[in-house]
Design a protein around this ligand. Structure first.
Ligand code: 13P
Length: 251
């Protein structure tokens, strides 16, 4: 059966020292607890190796927030999937709407990144979701379908099974607006049906689909109690131990 996951995405927050403090605080808070979900923290590249060394990665897995679309070589400033893997990270967040909109990441670029991540034994957390205008025009289903078809439906069923999907409506990210549990459940079920059409029911049933967008301690339970919502990808509320733990406790 699919896993429940609560994953943090720190984005461009925390110095190395602050990040280590946060990771160690979370590690201490979760120590010895019996958890009903897997826990992941997505950190900036520079934190990865130190964070992975400072925590029990069997309890809290580490994710990068991005990786390069090239294998290696003269790409100044880029960080390859192999480099990410060498830090002890297990996951990589790819296709976040902030990467798509601010850094021009196209379906093709993301397709390369996903393939390189998988080739380096990293598990992609692949983000999809519509912007406000698309939701208002009731186009959210076609948007997420195109995003999946454009970057990940080329994969074999075996490779696709290594992905976690995160549905993040762009209008809900960092805005305090959350999709209602009904809105989120509806589109999560649609996403699962697309996966079933492409890869069959078993793969679809085993795919973890996270919700992201102003998820917090107050609304997590209402979202996670839906059959097709398998956890959350958490931005702002992952930056404080207590807030993040309260979301984990929603399971
Ligand atoms: P917020 O939880 O801050 O809305 O961010 C969500 C997100 O983008 C996680 O990737």
């Amino acid at each position: 059966m699919r896993k429940n996951i609560v994953a943090g995405n720190w984005k461009m927050n925390k110095t190395l020292q602050e990040g280590l403090e946060l990771a160690k605080g979370l590690d201490a808070a979760l120590k010895g607890k019996s958890l009903n979900c897997d826990v992941i923290i997505g950190t900036p590249f520079i934190h990865l190796a130190s964070v992975a060394a400072a925590i029990d990665t069997k309890v809290i897995a580490v994710a990068a927030e991005n990786c390069a679309d090239k294998e290696s070589g003269a790409y100044t400033g880029e960080v390859s999937a192999a480099m990410v893997k060498s830090t002890g990270a297990e996951y990589v967040i790819l296709g976040h709407s902030e990467r798509r909109s601010y850094y021009g990441e196209t379906y093709e670029i993301l397709k390369e990144k996903v393939q390189l991540a998988l080739a380096n034994n990293l598990k992609p957390i692949f983000c999809i979701g519509e912007v406000k205008e698309e939701r208002e025009a009731n186009k959210q289903n076609e948007v997420v379908k195109a995003q999946l078809e454009g970057s990940v439906f080329n994969l074999s069923a075996e490779d696709f099974s290594k992905l976690v999907i995160a549905y993040e409506p762009v209008w809900a990210i960092g805005t305090g607006l959350t999709a209602t549990p009904e809105q989120a459940q509806e589109i999560h079920a649609f996403i699962r049906s697309l996966i079933a059409d492409k890869y069959g029911k078993e793969v679809a049933d085993n795919t973890t689909i996270l919700y992201g967008g102003s998820c917090n301690a107050k609304n997590a339970k209402g979202l996670f109690s839906n059959p097709d919502i398998d956890g959350g990808l958490i931005g702002g509320a992952s930056l404080k131990v207590d807030d993040f733990c309260a979301i984990i406790d929603a399971f």
